[in-house]
Design a protein around this ligand. Structure first.
Ligand code: ATP
Ligand code: MG
Length: 326
């Protein structure tokens, strides 16, 4: 029997961070064992909230290195660049024809972005249509499963609605995918907002030990513990969430010492920083090897693009036939 298909992507808006490592890459790497996996660099999505491309190519390259250094194996998974697959543009247009604008306007991520960025009337058509492009990326490769972070769940719901609507009109043409989450659905950044490349609150996989120590030292901790002598509340502390991931072996002791005010936030953060540095060491080691082989990265992406084009053209043909566009 054919393996089930997995597909997901990440925007080349900067290098990858701990939110990616825990929120998606854990799944991306593990799923390679048993599924037919495709992962892509979403450079078209880059333009949904940006209008310059100064560092785009550098970031595409950086993300590819981060993915391979974190355990994505180009021999097992297909790694491609979204904009290199013309079928994505084509299907996007066709799906946009059957997508009600109300679905997109009601999307919480869209409303949040518009209000946070204060865009009002100047909001771009591409930002509104983000979920349509995401739906395209997924259904064009017949994905069964889509490993994402929690913030993408509303977009997945739109994807599923688009599939149902399309199939309702044109017959059983598109596959309805399911989202997959890791236990760390949304890692918070050093400022307690979602860790994000756009918020300047991220610990990047390629950060140096000095950068990591300084970022962790500045993390916001338990808001109810202003002084070291006060007792702490691990369940309300972002640093403790990180300890759950990176110091799981010493978790009970950390929690108890925090609650009794025996462990200060500064020492707690010091211990966390060292654990994060240790976790990232092998990833950084692989990164430095890959940085010395730029042709290898190019070859991986060219091979991935070729496979992705083949898979996308099969679905596009099916869609065009169903829509009597042949
Ligand atoms: P940007 O700020 O440019 O949107 P980002 O940091 O949000 O960048 P994306 O490329 O948008 O990263 O997201 C790629 C994938 O990683 C998505 O599935 C997203 O849900 C997931 N992800 C991103 N940040 C986190 C996080 N902090 N915790 C869990 N998952 C995350
Ligand atoms: Mg994002």
């Amino acid at each position: 029997m054919d393996k089930k298909k997995v597909l997901s992507g990440t925007r080349p808006t900067g290098p990858l961070h701990l939110g990616h490592l825990e929120g998606i890459l854990r799944n991306w790497v593990n799923l390679q064992e048993d599924y037919d996996c495709s992962y892509f660099i979403a450079d078209l999505h880059y333009f949904t909230d940006r209008s310059e491309a100064k560092h785009l190519q550098e970031f595409v390259y950086d993300v590819a290195i981060d993915l391979i250094s974190s355990g994505i194996d180009p021999k097992r998974a297909t790694l491609f660049v979204q904009s290199h697959i013309p079928q994505h543009y084509q299907l996007h247009l066709l799906l946009s024809m059957i997508t009600p604008v109300g679905w997109l306007e009601r999307c919480p991520t869209y409303k949040e972005q518009v209000s946070e960025m204060g865009l009002g009337d100047s909001v771009g058509y591409g930002m509104l249509g983000y979920p349509v492009l995401m739906a395209t990326d997924i259904v064009i490769h017949d994905a069964d499963f889509v490993p994402i972070g929690e913030d993408q769940l509303p977009h997945m719901e739109v994807t599923r609605e688009i599939v149902r609507r399309f199939n309702g009109i044109f017959g059983d043409v598109l596959k309805e995918p399911q989202a997959l989450l890791t236990p760390v659905r949304r890692l918070l950044g050093v400022d307690r907002r979602k860790m994000s490349k756009s918020y300047g609150n991220a610990i990047y996989l390629k950060d140096s030990p000095e950068q990591i120590r300084s970022l962790v030292a500045n993390m916001i901790t338990d808001p109810k513990r202003p002084r070291k002598e006060d007792v702490g509340h691990p369940d309300e502390c972002n640093v403790y969430t990180y300890q759950e991931i990176y110091n799981s072996g010493r978790l009970e002791e950390i929690a108890e010492d925090c609650r009794k005010a025996k462990l200060g936030c500064k020492e707690c953060k010091g211990e966390l920083a060292e654990a994060v540095i240790k976790k990232l060491e092998p990833i950084k080691e692989r990164r430095s090897q890959l940085e010395a082989k730029p042709d290898f990265i190019t070859d991986v992406l060219v091979a991935g693009d070729k496979k992705a084009k083949e898979s996308a053209s099969i679905t596009l043909k099916r869609v065009m036939e169903a829509m009597k566009l042949t």
